[in-house]
Design a protein around this ligand. Structure first.
Ligand SMILES: NCc1[nH]cc(CCC(=O)O)c1CC(=O)O
Length: 335
């Protein structure tokens, strides 16, 4: 008989966050029968700044950490034992005393194209309206299709689909990972080739954060780690750390381990920075030997690609960031 939980999982309350927390609960139950008992693992919903403020863009709110701050406070205070995060929303620096104890196997890292009238990005007519509040998506959309009109829209899948049905936009972009994890298979979407739309750093990866000193929790959490996902996330976050902590610059990155035998033992990291209007889009990629579990080599690769991008962009990065005010004009967009 369980009178109090063995583990408390902190999470945001969005449908995607809850699905991710429940996935972690299921994986914990699979590695330890004690954790499979009713009530052994409790999911604690925590409201974050990012959840509270719905009427402004994330850029305007100040970017990273908006979805994690309150949850990390609960970890530090001991109100929860572990936190489940989309790694894409995590700042590169963690508060002292907290660690990412595990990364779950990565979902599809690509972005999805959603439209009720066009099958793919290429099928959109000139001047079509695409809803996204992501600077990264905006920049790459406009780089590929300067004729498109990008309007800011936030909100979950249901909100986006409503906006599409109302005809307030012709298409929108969302992460494939979120759609898959929510099992929204009935939603018509097509993955966009990363050569056109390089994903956000760590897109599709779920991280489990815990206290570094909490050996009891870390022991369970470690067993859930997927080393290959950890390598990719370490490389991509290494790039991000060199480039920019804020989300005022469009930054994209994807690390992949080539399938071919000759390339075994290497990973290739591609990174991009762009101006928000898509007029300038810089790309760098490097391949390096990174053995299984060698997160230090992965991070070093990330830093090299990040530095190469930084060297090429020069002062432009600061200028682009300064030009992004994230100003929200009420009623101007379909948000
Ligand atoms: N910024 C919000 C956010 N954070 C993580 C995901 C999707 C799931 C993931 O990338 O792991 C999303 C929504 C989206 O971009 O479509």
């Amino acid at each position: 008989m369980v009178t109090h939980p063995l583990l408390r999982i902190g999470t945001r309350g969005s449908p995607l966050a809850l699905a991710q927390a429940n996935e972690v609960r299921g994986r914990l139950a699979a590695i330890d029968p004690d954790l499979a008992r009713t009530g052994a693992v409790e999911v604690v919903v925590i409201r974050t700044t990012g959840d509270r403020v719905q009427d402004r863009t994330l850029v305007e709110l100040g970017g990273k950490g908006l979805f994690t701050k309150e949850i990390e406070e609960a970890l530090i205070s001991g109100a929860i034992d572990l936190a489940v995060h989309s790694m894409k929303d995590m700042p590169t620096e963690l508060p002292p005393g907290l660690i990412i104890g595990a990364l779950l196997p990565r979902e599809d890292p690509r972005d999805a194209f959603l439209s009720l009238t066009a099958a793919t990005l290429d099928d959109l007519p000139a001047g079509a309206v695409v809803g996204t509040a992501s600077l990264r998506r905006q920049a790459q959309l406009l780089a590929a299709r300067p004729d498109l009109v990008v309007v800011p829209v936030r909100g979950n899948v249901q909100t986006r689909l409503e906006r599409l049905r109302e005809g307030r936009m012709d298409a929108t972009l969302l992460a494939m990972a979120g759609l898959n994890r929510l099992k929204l298979t009935e939603v018509v979407r097509s993955p966009i080739d990363p050569a056109v739309m390089l994903p956000a750093v760590a897109q599709g990866a779920i991280g489990i954060e815990c206290r570094a000193a909490d050996d009891r929790t870390a022991g369970w959490v470690r067993a859930l780690n997927d080393p290959e996902t950890a390598i990719a996330v370490e490389a991509e976050r290494g790039l991000l750390a060199v480039l920019d902590g804020s989300c005022r610059t469009p930054i994209a990155a994807l690390a992949v381990r080539p399938a071919s035998d000759e390339a075994a033992g290497t990973i290739t990291l591609t990174g991009r920075v762009a101006s928000p209007d898509g007029a300038t889009l810089l790309e760098e990629h490097l391949t390096a030997t990174v053995g299984r579990g060698d997160t230090a080599a992965a991070q070093a690769l990330g830093r090299r690609v990040g530095q190469a991008l930084r060297d090429r962009a020069g002062d432009d990065i600061a200028r682009w960031a300064a030009g992004v005010t994230g100003q929200w004009v009420p009623g101007s967009g379909p948000a």
